[in-house]
Design a protein around this ligand. Structure first.
Ligand SMILES: [Zn+2]
Ligand SMILES: [Zn+2]
Length: 383
């Protein structure tokens, strides 16, 4: 322990706590990776199974100090084929536990199976989807060899939080948890963050609710930045993008704050970053939609990871939010909100498409009364 502390003190590339159990001091991710690779042997982080088949047996026999003959005998005695709770001529059914087994493991499994059968709750579609996502990515290898994550690559775990626009969002778990590799760019993360404020359609449409909005906010307002350790990483991929960090930088300069720098999101890979693990950073888009981003882990990839580079940034957790239902039917998710609306019980008020039209337009589609109506995308619509 003392030795490792000394090591950390002398090497800024190895993360050390700044606040115990909260966050580390800043370190450069690429250099941290190099430190690992310097110390580990290839076999420690290789994706190949160590000593497949014969090589493994020979190694095992040598370590146990037994000869080849005993090794062969051990293998046959301990093989799965000789482990059975059915008569030899009967084909075993892995799902059926024999009722009179003397094996403790089977007895416990039977108890668990019986208990499960008494439960009435079945998994909802969200849990099924989450399970399916996990099944399809764990230990997954890509089809094309070029899509393999290289051995010794770093994987970062990132939590992205809801913008703190409502007090209750201050207390929820991360909105999404994503894995990215060191060679991914910050723009890959940006594109993977699904936030409802990117999807809002703009405009007051009460006079012609059938006109589809021309664009959603993501098409129109493309500027965004990440803020890590004093550097604003701006998305400048499109001609419409602006450096929206400039206002903050100038504001800070006028008030003698330490200098902030700018860089391009699309030119920065995660291995290029200097960050603190566990420290809250910022993702800002649509002008003022601000999400905290916390890096919770930086590690080397191992063979049980999803090894298909194309599937990253890989979503491993998504928080579900209650949807806001229509104020009239309380069944369907809100699609419109109105203001200055004397038909509505509140101001603003959310309606589903059907109730909105029934309440605000006559059979010929003429607007009844004076109100403003805006298309509304619910936060929970993309659960
Ligand atoms: Zn947002
Ligand atoms: Zn309704």
């Amino acid at each position: 322990m003392a030795a490792s502390k000394r090591l950390c003190a002398s090497n800024a590339n190895i993360p050390d706590y700044e606040y115990s159990d909260v966050n580390t001091k800043p370190f450069h991710i690429g250099s941290f990776r190099e430190e690992w690779l310097k110390r580990l042997k290839l076999k420690d982080y290789s994706f190949q199974q160590e000593g497949d088949g014969d090589a493994f047996d020979a190694n095992f026999a040598r370590e146990m100090g037994v000869g080849a003959e005993i090794m062969a005998e051990l293998k046959s005695v301990c093989s799965l084929d000789s482990l059975r709770c059915y008569p030899e001529n009967q084909e075993p059914d892995a799902d059926v536990v024999p009722p009179d087994s003397t094996l403790k493991t089977l007895q416990q499994r039977k108890e668990k199976q019986d208990y499960k059968a008494t439960l009435k709750v079945t998994k909802n579609r969200h849990d099924l989807y989450a399970d399916e996502l996990e099944r399809s990515t764990v230990s997954r290898n890509p089809e094309a060899v070029t899509d393999f994550i290289p051995e010794g690559e770093v994987i970062l775990t990132l939590n992205v939080y809801y913008p703190a626009t409502f007090e209750k969002f201050l207390y929820v778990r991360p909105h999404m948890t994503l894995l990215v590799t060191g060679s991914h760019r910050l723009t890959d993360l940006r594109d993977a963050i699904c936030c409802v404020s990117d999807l809002q359609a703009c405009g007051e449409l009460s006079n012609n609710p059938d006109v589809a909005p021309d664009f959603i906010s993501k098409d129109h307002f493309k500027s965004a930045f990440f803020f890590f350790e004093g550097v604003f990483y701006n998305d400048m991929r499109f001609p419409e993008c602006q450096d929206i960090s400039l206002t903050i930088i100038e504001w800070a300069k006028a008030r003698n704050f330490p200098d902030y720098r700018q860089a391009k999101m699309e030119d920065t890979r995660f291995v290029d970053l200097t960050v603190k693990v566990g420290f809250p950073y910022l993702y800002c888009h649509q002008g003022d939609c601000e999400h905290l981003v916390i890096i919770t882990d930086v590690r080397l990839a191992h063979k049980d990871d999803c090894l298909d580079k194309e599937l990253y940034p890989l979503l491993i957790h998504k928080h579900r939010i209650l949807t806001q239902k229509c104020a009239v039917c309380h069944i369907f998710i809100g699609r419109w909100f109105t203001t200055n609306d004397h038909f509505a019980p509140s101001d603003p008020c959310v309606f589903c498409d059907k109730c909105f039209r029934m309440l605000h337009y006559d059979a010929a589609g003429n607007k009844l009364g004076d109100f403003q109506a805006y298309p509304y995308v619910d936060r929970g619509a993309f659960n």
